[in-house]
Design a binder for this molecule. Structure first.
Ligand code: RRO
Length: 310
């Protein structure tokens, strides 16, 4: 019998514990439909705002050996278009995760209310976009985060999750864990890209992307240790019953396995999906099945949080 690679997040069944990360090839109707027919365990949308956005000037995405750097600037079609697409997206028979963003508490509430009415399976509240000039990442401000999540809780009728930025000090993990408990958040997505990184092309003597003087969100293989640490620490702080989706540096079945060990029930794939397209999902699925099989596990869920402590 092949290992069971399904997952359950806040009561919602996922046929496969591997899905796209918000932002990676999930903005246009075509991209979302392609995700629907792919092997991805869910369809996660690009973070949506009240009105459509073009995003930042190009070049705004760069791939290199260690990962990727982006400063997209939340380009999206606006929540109305995603709300209209939802019935078709749901017909693929896997969860649809609506990612929402905003520039004010009122915008978050407006977008959440309307997208919740359209009936996604889960709502992912992005509190961690690093790429808008003059707009700090909300999740580094715990009071502002709590205010938004408290306002969203009564209007989001689906399981509500939060996408956090990387935290690099345990006092910050603890502060966010308190907010998540206080605001009755149902699941966590950890982590967004590491904000405001710089990649330089030494030949051209310039930054590789244009916006914000070249600063952008770092993703891919090089951020895996930071992602794993955040998954691990939140798993310990919030307890084994609290669902966590791990994101960061998933490029192989072994990377998925490591996220599971750290405490993730499922993973999202950004940089590797951008690089490989939808073929990444069956590849990771088969590789994970191989890793679990070789180690004698019958299900991905058996591994969650089982990291051994030295
Ligand atoms: O659109 C972006 O620039 C972006 C977003 Br909303 C996000 O949450 N994370 C990221 O790396 N880029």
């Amino acid at each position: 019998m092949p290992p069971d690679l399904s997952a359950r997040i806040a009561g919602v069944p996922f046929p496969l514990c591997i899905m796209n990360a918000s932002g990676a090839l999930c903005m246009t109707e075509m991209e979302l439909l392609e995700l629907g027919s792919s092997q991805s365990g869910a369809i996660v949308t690009k973070s949506m705002t009240r009105v459509p956005r073009e995003g930042n000037p190009e070049p705004r995405y760069y791939q290199f050996g260690l990962g990727s750097l982006n400063s997209m600037g939340i380009p999206n079609l606006g929540y109305r278009t995603y709300a209209e697409l939802l019935p078709e997206l749901r017909s693929f028979g896997k969860p649809v995760v609506a990612s929402i963003a905003g520039f004010s508490l009122e915008e978050y509430v407006h977008v959440a209310e309307h997208i919740s009415d359209a009936g996604p399976d889960l709502v992912e509240v992005n509190l961690s976009c690093p790429n808008v000039v003059g707009k700090p990442q909300i999740a580094y401000d715990f009071e502002a985060s709590a205010a938004i999540l408290k306002a969203l809780r009564p209007v989001v009728r689906q399981p509500m999750g939060v996408k956090i930025p990387p935290y690099l000090d345990l006092a910050l993990h603890e502060a966010m864990a308190r907010v998540l408990r206080e605001c009755r958040v149902d699941f966590l997505v950890a982590i967004n890209s590491i904000g405001n990184a710089l990649v330089i092309d030494p030949d051209r003597e310039e930054a590789v992307i244009r916006p914000k003087g070249g600063l952008g969100g770092l993703g891919g293989a090089c951020i895996k240790p930071v992602a794993l640490a955040n998954v691990r620490v939140f798993h310990q702080l919030l307890g084994p019953e609290f669902p966590i989706i791990g994101v960061g540096g998933v490029e192989s079945g072994t990377d998925v396995f490591e996220h599971l060990l750290a405490g993730a029930r499922a993973v999202q794939v950004g940089t590797a999906f951008m690089k490989e397209g939808p073929g990444v999902f069956p590849r990771l699925r088969d590789e994970l099945a191989g890793v679990l099989d070789a180690k004698g596990y019958g299900a991905a869920s058996q591994v969650v949080g089982k990291l051994k402590v030295l």
